[in-house]
Ligand binder design. Sequence first.
Ligand code: DX5
Ligand code: ZN
Length: 216
Amino acid sequence: MILAPSILAADFGHLAEEIARAEQGGARLVHLDVMDGHFVPNLTMGPAVVKAVRRATRLPLDVHLMIQNADLYVDAFADAGANWVSLHVEALPHLQRAVAHLRERGLKAGVALNPSTPLVSVEEIAPELDYVVVMSVNPGFGGQKFLPGSLDKVRRMRDLLRRRGLAAQIEVDGGVDEGNVKLLLEAGADVLVAGTSVFGGGDPAASARRLLEAAR
Ligand code: DX5
Ligand code: ZN
């Protein structure tokens, strides 16, 4: 299992320290939520913050683009130091071209699905993906409640990938906590994003450790 803390829930005034603590607790990937106020009703960060985080850690950076016309910004995020980039299937009519561009830039290519988006919408592109992001909340905000139907969606996604003999990893994003990590792994998840459950309490290192412990 790869634990990917989402810095959306971290103290933005002390990002470097917060990320270092999460890494000490066992985090292996840093998740950055980019929102544009159009695709989702919230504004967060852009390439400048990704660049600052790049300087603050050696962990790979997983940039989740919740923005319209995401294809126009991929190069800026790649230049800023992104390693993994996920695009929303709902936001891009020419998804295959955008995914091909991620790969040309040497990025790990991911596609994210909103809770109401059916699995079939990634079936054609799945062979070209390094990972699929199953959203377990409606994107836009940290700290939301895990949608219980997501567990079965992860299971069905795992089945789909297995049936087709595809190697894409499954990332789950939203409302991940000590109560569902184990179930998510059993359902077939590989990467778990956790914002509030890592940064919402006192010590990110202890919180990350508790999540990894609950996953065993
Ligand atoms: C939701 C974001 C998530 C979010 C996760 O729009 O994509 O990555 O920050 O935060 P928690 O773990 O608090 O649900
Ligand atoms: Zn996210």
